[in-house]
Design a protein around this ligand. Structure first.
Ligand code: MD3
Ligand code: FE
Length: 206
């Protein structure tokens, strides 16, 4: 059932299905404290997915650069606490894919409306590159693009469906990846939206 989609990258289809409805309710609660917002690249371009975070660190981007912040720059308050359900799911998925002791510090929550996309990029704003990243897809499906260590490497594509979890470690951790424009679709729990949770360890020590 688990499928290896790259070096040390495991797709766990439906791994989060049982808790999906609870995850979505928790996203709504988090968004009341730290609303979804459209971030900009250091170059000034708006990202098309809207984002928020929970956990002791959250990813942020603006003219000053890409970085992790311990408080929400919108409110000045700490990011919402990572719900135990989130942490336990991420730990269980990492364990299932062979990564022991994963203890995430950040959960970035991406929200995609129809047409939103994410260009090919590497995730390299974290210091703890030995820790895996766990991603959880909810709502309408997405075509996920997965390349290699170089932007010009050929990409493979996978459909990520509601409840799917992917664990990225080892060499895959720095592979280029992106999301094709979300097609118009409906999901009973999210309407036309797709959510993606990415759980990360940023620093070795706290
Ligand atoms: C492969 N998010 O937040 S999840 C991101 O669907 C991001 O929202 C996408 O890329 C999304 O940075 C893709 C799958 C994913 C997440 C992190 C990765 C794949 C990855 C890190 C390294 C390699
Ligand atoms: Fe990424």
């Amino acid at each position: 059932r688990p499928e290896r989609i790259g070096p040390d990258a495991m797709l766990l289809p439906g791994f989060a299905l049982e808790e999906a409805e609870s995850l979505i309710k928790q996203i709504m609660l988090i968004a009341r404290e730290a609303p979804f917002r459209r971030l900009h690249t250091p170059g000034g371009r708006a990202l098309s997915a809207e984002m928020t975070n929970c956990g002791i660190l959250g990813w942020h981007s603006d003219r000053a650069g890409y970085r992790y912040e311990s408080s929400d720059p919108l409110s000045g308050k700490p990011w919402p606490v990572m719900p135990p359900l989130f942490r336990r799911l991420a730990q269980r998925a990492a364990q299932h894919a062979g990564h022991t002791g994963f203890d995430p510090q950040a959960c970035l929550i991406n929200r995609y409306a129809t047409g939103a996309r994410m260009g090919l990029h590497q995730d390299r704003d974290e210091e703890a590159l030995d820790a895996p990243i766990v991603s959880v897809s909810l709502g309408v499906p997405a075509k996920f693009l997965f390349g290699g260590m170089h932007r010009s490497d050929l990409t493979q594509s996978f459909t990520l469906e509601h409840g799917d979890v992917v664990v990225w470690g080892g060499a895959s951790r720095l592979f280029y990846h992106g999301v094709a424009p979300i097609k118009a679709a409906m999901h009973s729990l999210t309407g036309a939206l797709r959510y993606n949770l990415t759980f990360r360890r940023i620093r070795h020590a706290i």
